[in-house]
Design a protein around this ligand. Structure first.
Ligand code: SAM
Length: 283
């Protein structure tokens, strides 16, 4: 059975499965030096952005991903002041991070400025904090940015990247993790979107081992649902130098901002891992 032209279908050739969204119309399409960007209006999921035919986000469910890339790691750090986001050009993660009023500075490093400009146009609610004086935009390759960044200068690095293909490939290497380790303060934490445990288990394992090889003493993955990504089951992996089981629970419970998915119980529950993950990951 094939779907008619009113459906956007992401075909994952490596895993031979597909996911479709019913679309009303295509709103925009362009080829940048880095990737092909397309924006659609869907019937039920609001606007949809794809990069090189892969689904990046929809209006309806992006809050889960953006909240889980931000709040767990920020509440695990004792006092996060200076944050770097690598990728994340749609600005949803930036918007969540800036909700933490104690944070002093967030540097958003996105390789493709067009992703941000189009997000301002088609996903305005995600870009509401772009003019916050604490936000600084650098439109350049995150790998180069990290290689030249000052040692011991950042509290939390959030890698909100595309899959390890094209410009995102180098963000999943030991060399990149080594630069992150050097740039982070001793209490610093790195979090990276780490794909699906069902479809990309060996990649997820290699992320853990790569982070450890780069110098991080501890790594932990958390999981959350994301129905528009392959398999609908997604992870983020955190690396640090100390105990990654603690978080500022009181602060999370009394936070001054609203979240639709994240709460302290979700923080605890998201780190409970199924056996298929426990068996393949380092202690
Ligand atoms: N949440 C999405 C996912 O998991 O599919 C990621 C969305 S976000 C739009 C990913 C961003 O990473 C894209 O805008 C892309 O341009 C950016 N990106 C990819 N490689 C990069 C690199 N080397 N440096 C900086 N940004 C990069």
């Amino acid at each position: 059975m094939s779907l008619d032209q009113n459906w956007f279908t992401e075909q994952a050739s490596a895993t031979d499965c597909a996911f479709s969204l019913h679309i009303k119309k295509k709103l925009h399409e362009e080829e940048t030096p880095f990737q092909k960007i397309a924006i659609y209006e869907t019937t039920e999921f609001g606007n949809l952005m794809t990069l090189d035919e892969l689904i990046m986000l929809t209006d309806r469910d992006n809050f889960i991903y953006h909240e889980m890339m931000s709040h767990p790691v920020l509440f695990m750090h004792p006092n996060p002041l200076k944050i770097v986001i690598i990728g994340g050009g749609d600005c949803g993660t930036l918007h969540e991070v800036l909700k933490h009023t104690t944070i002093e500075k967030v540097i958003e490093v996105e390789i493709d400025e067009r992703v941000t400009r189009l997000s301002e146009q088609y996903f305005p609610s995600l870009c509401e904090s772009n003019n916050d004086p604490r936000a600084e935009f650098c439109f350049q390759d995150g790998i180069d940015w990290m290689a030249t960044a000052e040692e011991n200068s950042i509290d939390v690095i959030i890698v909100d990247s595309t899959d390890p293909l094209g410009p995102g490939e180098g963000l999943f290497t030991v060399e990149f993790y080594r630069d992150c380790w050097r740039v982070l303060t001793p209490e610093g934490l790195l979090v990276q979107q780490s794909e699906s445990p069902l479809l990309h288990l060996s990649l997820l394992q290699s992320i853990h081992y790569g982070m450890r090889q780069a110098g991080f003493k501890t790594t932990r993955s958390l999981q959350f649902p994301q129905c528009v990504y392959p398999s609908g089951w997604w992870t983020a992996t955190i690396a640090g130098n100390g105990d990654l089981t603690q978080f500022r629970e009181e602060a999370a419970r009394n936070k001054s901002f609203k979240t639709r998915y994240y709460n302290p119980e979700i923080q605890k529950a998201s780190f409970a891992l199924p056996n298929l993950l426990l068996e393949g990951l380092p202690d």
